[in-house]
Design a protein around this ligand. Structure first.
Ligand code: ZN
Length: 667
């Protein structure tokens, strides 16, 4: 539930004492461009300053990360791995004209499939539409040496039949969300009602420390009975999980301290048994280790891929702490109780004691599974509410990723097209980078960890709207406090007006520019986008009588104009209080109404205008990354003495290499 992804294309710049300067460097961030995607490269600053032992630990963790790739592909759709194998063989074997229309379209499709970790768009979760012909595919299938006609028929249907597997995650109100979602987290025969009845039968609602039901299982119907099939050694995805465990074991001797060794061993135990109690034990130990510099996430974590929000998609992020930048988040965390006490939320819904909100700025060293190629810019884990309440959580901002986004976006024309006037553009130039980072820090360090459920309220009570409302809660907490003089007092901002930069960008994005990610005629589906529109639309509508925010027309173009920033902050505070009430009381009906009234529907005229204006800028709506390549240096006893990092691998090369060398589920 707790990852923050990048807003619409970042609008940036700014040097400041607290933040790394966005000065131009010679690093080439741009790697590839196709369809609606731009692939970038990120730097891993200060990797060379890690000790040889830390580098060795990182190295084996990166291996464990890449080995999980196939798991996510299969979770996303049952046909993905087989299709990938066929597409890649066709791609590498192809003897014809590589500039022909069919081949170019085929290549684009393959690049999209790599980016989506399967046949669905990573963000909209709609199935990709191929630009090549069925005949071309059938011909190349044969030319690549494949002979199985049944496989060909099936893959043709998967690629070309728009009705088959149309959407990976369907959230449409009132439909059977399991039957209409194409992910492989549930058997094709099982219905939403059956799954809900099954979980209702095993959930102990009096348990104050419940496991995360369904987190590491596929639900299937066997002999007429609903059963869970665990992902573990000896269970589903065993060959991949064995490779993950093998590399975690190799990493163990290089752990920085006993605590890190102990939770890594616990993770191995969990992968071995599939026991969710063990996962909780691991999560607690992991959350409590704040001493290690190197850190990692590896497992079935976020449940956005499940229409019911239960099963975790496999992911891994290997990282290490950016010590100077972490000072910023430490200051925020140290003052967590002050922020909780002063929030505009009803006292009944506040935590008397905010515990262990740890926060740091990290440098990503490897992105994998559900965090690759598209990646979050902040994470806040673990997800289990009772663990967060009793043991705290870790919040991180991944600054080398935000830095890469920002550097790659320089001079792309966005501000010129969409920002209302020169003073506002100047405000964004001066303060957006710092306030955007602070927004992420506040969202992750304080927002998700704030507030409490009333006794007896089911944490899943908001059901399919839970993710959207949870993100809204964290964003509103951040927005409310960005404008607070406390931030200047704490030395986090040097100008009490700085917050206006983030307010402007947030309203512009939520009301208008994020629409460039939506196809004409479609609703908003993704939780973070729903959250942003919910907040922006709600504030716009509720501020109308006082003219707080306007949409003004100039030369036929719409611009966001904020007339009263103070009043806007007030509105954010009011909505925060309401969303927290909805969450604390588990008021499903009120939450559903908020989402349906403000977050889903799009003004078609404004939508078309945004798409039109965007199309002239040639900015890819979505961005993702290739990973660096790590090469270990061994001594004569086989111990790692150093690890070097290189930034030269391309997008296609990287995916083909991963499929060739790290694909335990297709062999
Ligand atoms: Zn979040």
């Amino acid at each position: 539930m707790n990852r923050l992804i990048s807003g619409a294309v970042a609008v940036i710049m700014a040097g400041s004492i607290t933040f790394p300067s966005m000065a131009k460097d010679n690093f080439d961030y741009h790697v590839d461009r196709f369809a609606d995607i731009e692939v970038l490269r990120y730097k891993v600053p200060d990797f060379e300053k890690l000790t040889p032992r830390q580098k060795a630990f990182v190295y084996y963790l990166t291996e464990a990360a890449i080995y999980g790739r196939d798991i996510l592909w299969d979770q996303n759709n049952a046909a993905n791995l087989q299709l990938r194998t066929v597409l890649e063989k066709i791609y590498t074997d192809y003897k014809g004209d590589r500039n022909s229309k069919d081949f170019k379209a085929f290549e684009q499709y393959l690049k999209q499939v790599w980016f989506g970790n399967g046949i669905h768009h990573h963000y909209s979760t709609d199935k990709f539409v191929p630009g090549f012909s069925r005949d071309f595919f059938a011909e190349q299938y044969k030319a690549a040496g494949f002979t199985d006609k049944a496989v060909l028929d099936n893959l043709e249907d998967v690629i070309f039949n728009p009705k088959r597997y149309a959407k990976r995650v369907n959230q449409a109100d009132g439909q059977d969300l399991i039957r209409t979602s194409a992910s492989n987290l549930y058997d094709e025969n099982v219905t939403q009602a059956e799954v809900e009845a099954y979980y209702a039968s095993i959930k102990d609602t009096t348990d104050l420390t419940p496991v995360s039901y369904g987190l590491n299982t596929r639900v299937a119907k066997v002999d007429g009975k609903v059963v869970e099939q665990p992902y573990k050694i000896g269970g589903l995805y065993s060959p991949a999980i064995e490779k993950i465990v093998e590399n975690l074991q190799k990493a163990l001797p290089y752990a920085e301290n006993d605590a890190q060794k102990a939770y890594t061993q616990k993770l191995i135990d969990y992968y071995t048994t599939g026991d969710l109690r063990t996962f909780d034990e691991y999560s607690i130990m992991w959350a409590e280790d704040t001493a290690s510099q190197v850190d990692y996430v590896n497992g079935f974590i976020e449940s956005y891929g499940d229409p019911l929000g239960m099963t975790g998609s496999w992911e891994s992020i290997v990282n290490f702490k950016n010590i100077p930048a972490s000072h910023r988040t430490e200051v925020i965390s140290d003052n967590a109780q002050w922020f909780e006490d002063h929030s505009p939320v009803d006292k009944r819904f506040k935590k008397e004691k905010v515990k262990g909100v740890s926060a740091k700025v990290i440098t990503a060293a490897m992105l994998a599974g559900d965090s690759y190629p598209s990646t979050p810019i902040g994470i806040n884990l673990p997800n289990a509410n009772w663990i967060r309440a009793a043991h705290g959580s870790k919040s991180v901002t991944i600054e080398n990723i935000t830095q890469a986004y920002d550097a790659a976006a320089q001079g792309n024309g966005f501000n010129k097209e969409f920002v209302i006037d020169a003073p506002t553009a100047k405000l964004l130039d001066d303060y957006l980078f710092i306030t955007d980072n602070l927004h992420t820090d506040l969202h992750e360090c304080l927002g998700h960890g704030s507030g409490k459920l009333l006794p007896g309220v089911d944490p899943d009570a908001l059901k399919e709207h839970g993710s959207t409302l949870e993100e809204a809660r964290a964003d509103l907490f951040a927005l409310y406090y960005l404008a607070d003089p406390k931030l200047v007092e704490l030395g986090l901002l040097d100008n009490p007006e700085a917050y206006k930069a983030e307010y402007y960008k947030f309203m512009l994005n939520g009301l208008m520019t994020q629409l460039m990610r939506i196809e004409p005629g479609k609703d908003i589906e993704e939780a973070h986008m729903r959250n942003r529109q919910l907040i922006a639309r709600w504030a716009y509508e509720h501020g109308k009588k006082d003219n707080v925010v306007e949409l003004v027309k100039r030369d036929g173009k719409t611009f966001v104009k904020i007339n009263d920033y103070n009043a806007l902050r007030d509105l954010f505070g009011q909505l925060l209080a309401e969303v927290q009430r909805v969450r604390s009381e588990g008021d499903y009906e009120a939450g559903r109404k908020l989402v349906l009234d403000y977050a889903v529907k799009v003004d078609p005229a404004l939508h078309n205008e945004v798409l039109e204006r965007y199309s002239h800028l040639d900015i890819a709506p979505y961005k993702g990354f290739v990973n660096p390549v790590y090469t270990p240096v061994f001594d004569s006893d086989g111990n790692i003495t150093d690890v070097t990092v290189s930034y030269t691998e391309g997008y296609t090369t990287q995916h083909l290499r991963y499929s060739r060398d790290y694909s335990p589920l297709t062999k």
